[in-house]
Ligand binder design. Structure first.
Ligand code: ZN
Ligand code: ZN
Ligand code: ZN
Length: 366
């Protein structure tokens, strides 16, 4: 195991002490691989790292899955359970008398309910209250992994804005599959999503690619990303098939200005909500305020969406190593929409955009 993981364990233990958490229980989600390199299978057999603030960590895992674990005795012990055993009892025994517990946000409710029944006097909270702020700050290796994933996504986005990915005459689903194949060809192990919203569908931010055939004279919002060596990419570019009407050009101009200003505002020390406000004020000033219907961005790392969230109400100041999206959008229901998204890292040298693809409206052949 890398020393960075041992150092992460130390930081988690000290954050637990500060927060008054006696024991962390990690199951599904990214906290477990972040600390151990092991990703739990999302199955009815319980996998759980029992990590006391004041003791050694133990990974409780079904015996048939234990061979997948890359052991590291410096970091954690492995206890394999057999099919006739009750892993919840095992976890409760390792927890012992500790009663201030934090459990993975994505642990199955069925296990939490069984653990609560076994330890009725325990107090519970979400593990992200301890791990979220720590995982949000990326070390140099993590920033390099995010940059590599972003560069791979950039190569696909470059093909899109140059018109090398045919749009007109194909269905959204075909274009989505094409983008997904290209993400893999560029080095991603997994495609997490490839949103293609055309025509009126471009006004639906999380549109699912459908059998709709893309026509001439349409906005096409493409938002895609995947996982490469554990870390996520996420980029959005908007294309227009043929000559865009003036109304769309005006909308896009406001959006482009808002996105660039928000990236420039993302300096260390700036509260997350201020970055959101910069984008929102410009879009509101352009007359589209009511059509910017989502937050400006989200943190990114082992997960597509994680801390810090670039949203009104989040007063957390940006720290060096915070990695997040800046992705304002404007959506006129039933007509058209546009979004521009880059991944940005806050650093002492200023905001660093990991995506480099041109932001100008991509006018492609109709
Ligand atoms: Zn989204
Ligand atoms: Zn996205
Ligand atoms: Zn995003």
């Amino acid at each position: 195991m890398t020393s960075s993981r041992l150092e992460r364990l130390d930081r988690v233990r000290s954050a637990m002490s500060t927060a008054g958490v006696d024991c962390l229980l990690l199951s599904l989600g990214a906290d477990l691989p972040w600390l151990t390199g092991y990703t739990a299978m999302p199955l009815e057999r319980l996998t759980m790292l029992v990590l006391p603030a004041d003791g050694d960590a133990t990974l409780v895992i079904a015996r048939l899955e234990a061979p997948r674990v890359e052991e590291d005795r410096d970091a954690f012990a492995v206890v394999a359970w057999d099919e006739h055993e009750d892993p919840v009892e095992l976890v409760a025994r390792l927890v012992g008398a500790r009663r201030e517990l934090a459990i993975s946000d994505r642990a199955w409710a069925t296990f939490l309910l069984q653990l609560q029944a076994t330890m009725p006097d325990a107090a519970w909270r979400a593990a992200s209250t301890v791990t979220g702020p720590l995982r949000a700050v990326k070390d140099a290796g993590e920033v390099a992994a995010l940059a590599a994933a972003s560069s791979a996504a950039d190569r696909v986005a470059t093909a899109l804005v140059r018109g090398d990915i045919a749009l007109v005459g194909r269905t959204e689903a075909e274009v989505s599959d094409d983008i997904g194949r290209r993400l893999v060809a560029e080095g991603h192990q997994r495609v997490n999503f490839a949103i293609v919203g055309s025509g009126p569908n471009s006004a639906s931010p999380h549109h699912d690619a459908t059998a709709r055939v893309i026509g001439p004279g349409e906005a096409v919002v493409c938002d895609f990303g995947g996982t490469m060596d554990g870390y996520c990419s996420d980029i959005t570019r908007t294309a227009f098939t043929g000559d865009p009407p003036e109304e769309f050009q005006a909308l896009y101009g406001v959006l482009q200005e808002a996105q660039a200003a928000a990236v420039a505002a993302a300096a260390v020390g700036t509260p997350c909500e201020q970055v959101d406000r910069v984008a929102r004020d410009i879009i509101t000033g352009g007359g589209y305020g009511e059509f910017f219907i989502h937050r400006t961005g989200h943190g990114i790392g082992l997960e597509e969406h994680e801390d810090p969230y670039i949203v009104g109400g989040n007063g957390q100041p940006l720290l060096p190593g915070h990695a997040f999206s800046v992705e304002p959008g404007i959506y006129l229901p039933g007509r058209f929409g546009a979004r521009i998204e880059d991944i940005v890292v806050a650093s002492d040298e200023g905001p660093r955009s990991l995506n480099r693809v041109d932001h100008a409206l991509a006018v492609v052949e109709a």
